[in-house]
Design a protein around this ligand. Structure first.
Ligand SMILES: Nc1ncnc2c1ncn2[C@@H]1O[C@H](COP(=O)(O)OP(=O)(O)OP(=O)(O)O)[C@@H](O)[C@H]1O
Length: 606
């Protein structure tokens, strides 16, 4: 171990070693440092990032090669890091910095020296899977303490310009989600939040419905103390939190219905604003056969319902974001919004303050049973609402929750073998193409609307043209719901009816239920599977399970982009699956709100 007395300082040799290049740009710092486990580097700091060049090449052609004698020395891509990928910079005082030297016969020698050091914590992207992120740390050393401190201060001043990052988060953990890993998942990612100096208030739930109750009763004033809420669990748990937040805070008319439909719906839809005191828990409805979420949330009816008149919190909301760290059985929302099912990637996207808008569907149950006339009962869905096969699978799978994620395979097989179809009527509003397209995105947008013959798949991705296009979308030019000609009605027997808000990619359906559904295109993708022989339905399901499959390419399958639809069952029993939670509904309507919430995520990288 050496104390470095002969540390070579090659820029200005003065006390303050860092310098501005040519004195021209005061925002740029350069100096020589020792990079731990690498060697001496020439380091440059600019407002958007840090970059370095190895001074003493470990191999003669180091610039060209990233390995020497088969050993990874210095990856070419590790020669810079963007400030947007850095989440902490820290002065760590005097200590060892290791250098890797190549000796003459070609051996690598570890050589450690003591000096002052600072660390840069950031993220690196997987080469093979660009959506996958991992934490990385670089340690730089210098004999001069002031130099180290000045670089740390300068980097921290650049980091402080990253204003979209959270500082204070509310974290809810479902300990029982998926294989019961909720708490372990948090334990693995919590150090990243501490390192990034993000404060967290962590609550581990003790029962289903607890997070919904808490979010319903929390005051806006308290909620506004946080930059967002993070769920550690699956899609069902996220749905619970989403509903807890939105039910009392999202004010919107109920979905419209066709002019010839039940006048009670039409009148209510026209006149009523969504009233939280009526719709959070419907006291006229017995919860004997309801989803665990609703059943357990009603246990707390004695708890005062917050009418949230204390301070403003409305949606869409510029500031408040939702986060989701996957620990569930399906995790479709995380896969669609981050591109991978990886808790660390989600955690890193949260602390880096990534942002993506998400469409949310408002599902309103008008009648639970054929004979009942209930109060409208509202539920929000972030991924999917499905009936028939989907409702039956979720009902069946609840009986086998103890099996963990495998319950879906078991329940799915049982329901498939039953091959039940249901008589129902669906009316959906037509959503026609716009006349004008936008610049470079025109081709994608044309194909999106089905105006192009190219069968290009338009999967949603990070910085998606379609989601970011303001001139596209039904929320801008809405067809008049009062005109009957704007509605299409389909009556018949269905194996399933599904409304996908997002593509719903998951490990069982790698392209999702609807491959080209987007995170915030402003559409519900209605998929009607009409009664057909079991072998045909199996064919459809196998296409769903295949990457690049064409599950919508069958005569018995209809796919419609819409903003709103209504559903009436002719049967006795009618079960919907809303984001993986049971909702019994004989009659319901649904509409989508474009980009209603923002998520701490960046969309899938392709
Ligand atoms: N402490 C708890 N005990 C029991 N159930 C809980 C608890 N906390 C939340 N829940 C409920 O557990 C249900 C399922 O949770 P979650 O979505 O996290 O897991 P999953 O069903 O395994 O995953 P996925 O939704 O991705 O299929 C939700 O309805 C949620 O309300």
């Amino acid at each position: 171990m050496d104390r470095i007395g002969d540390f070579s300082i090659k820029d200005d040799g003065s006390q303050n070693i860092a310098q501005c290049i040519g004195g021209e740009d005061p925002t740029i710092l350069t100096s020589n440092f020792f990079l731990d486990h690498v060697g001496e580097v020439f380091l440059t700091l600019q407002p958007d990032g840090l970059s370095w060049k190895l001074i003493e090449s470990l191999c003669n052609d180091q610039e060209e090669r990233s390995t020497c004698l088969g050993i990874q020395l210095l990856s070419k891509r590790d020669t810079s890091i963007n400030i947007s990928d850095v989440y902490d910079v820290e002065f760590i005082d005097w200590g060892l910095v290791h250098e890797t030297r190549l000796t003459n016969p070609g051996f690598l020698l570890g050589h450690a020296s003591e000096m002052y050091r600072f660390t840069v914590h950031g993220v690196e992207r997987s080469k093979s899977q660009p959506s996958l992120l991992a934490p990385t740390v670089f340690t730089f050393g210098h004999v001069d303490k002031q130099t180290c401190q000045m670089w740390v201060n300068r980097m921290n001043s650049y980091l402080s310009l990253e204003t979209d990052r959270p500082k204070n988060l509310l974290v809810y953990i479902n300990p029982g989600s998926g294989k019961g890993n909720g708490c372990r998942t948090w334990k693995n990612v919590a150090p990243i939040f501490s390192q990034a100096k993000v404060k967290t208030k962590v609550i581990v739930t003790e029962r289903a419905g607890q997070a919904l109750d808490a979010m319903t009763s929390i005051t806006n004033q308290e909620l506004n103390l946080y930059d967002g809420i993070v769920a550690i669990g699956g899609d069902g748990f996220f749905n619970e939190i989403l509903n807890g937040i939105l039910l009392s805070r999202h004010k919107a008319p109920y979905p419209p219905s066709p002019p010839d439909d039940d006048p009670t719906i039409e009148t209510k839809a026209d006149v009523l604003l969504h009233d939280p005191s009526v719709t959070i828990v419907d006291p006229t409805v017995s919860n004997d056969d309801e989803s665990p979420l609703l059943k357990r949330s009603s246990l707390n009816e004695s708890q005062p319902i917050n009418l949230n008149q204390d301070s403003e919190m409305s949606f869409p909301n510029e500031r408040f974001r939702f986060g989701l760290i996957p620990s569930g059985s399906t995790d479709a929302i995380v896969i669609c919004t981050t591109g991978v099912r990886d808790p660390m990637t989600s955690a890193l996207q949260i602390i880096l303050g990534k942002r993506v808008c998400l469409d949310i569907a408002q599902v309103v149950r008008w009648e639970k049973y054929h004979t009942s006339k209930n109060q409208p009962h509202v539920r929000y869905a972030a991924s999917f609402a499905g009936y028939g096969f989907y409702g039956d699978v979720i009902t069946e799978s609840e009986k086998y929750r103890w099996m963990g994620p495998k319950r879906y395979d078991y329940a799915g097989t049982k329901v498939f073998l039953r091959h039940k179809s249901y008589e129902a009527k669906v009316a959906y509003m037509k959503a026609g193409p716009e006349k004008t397209n936008v610049g470079a995105s025109a081709k994608r947008i044309k194909a999106f609307w089905g105006l192009s013959k190219e069968s290009e798949r338009l999967a949603c991705r990070a910085k998606c043209d379609i989601c970011n296009s303001t001139s596209l979308g039904p929320q801008i030019e809405k067809p008049d719901p009062k005109q009957e000609s704007n509605w299409v009605s389909v009556k018949g027997r269905f194996l399933s009816i599904g409304a996908a808000v997002i593509s719903c990619r998951n490990e069982k359906a790698p392209d999702g239920l609807v491959a080209d559904a987007h995170l915030s295109d402003g559409f519900l993708h209605l998929v009607l599977i009409k009664e057909c022989p079991r072998a045909f339905y199996l064919w459809h399901l196998t296409q769903l399970a295949r990457k690049g499959g064409t599950p919508l390419n069958f005569d018995f399958v209809e796919h419609h982009k819409t903003t709103t639809f209504t559903f009436t069952s002719s049967g006795e029993e009618s079960v919907w699956n809303v984001d993986g939670e049971i909702l019994k509904a004989q009659k319901l309507s649904a509409q989508v709100f474009r980009g209603l919430i923002s998520l701490f995520a960046s969309g899938p990288e392709t």
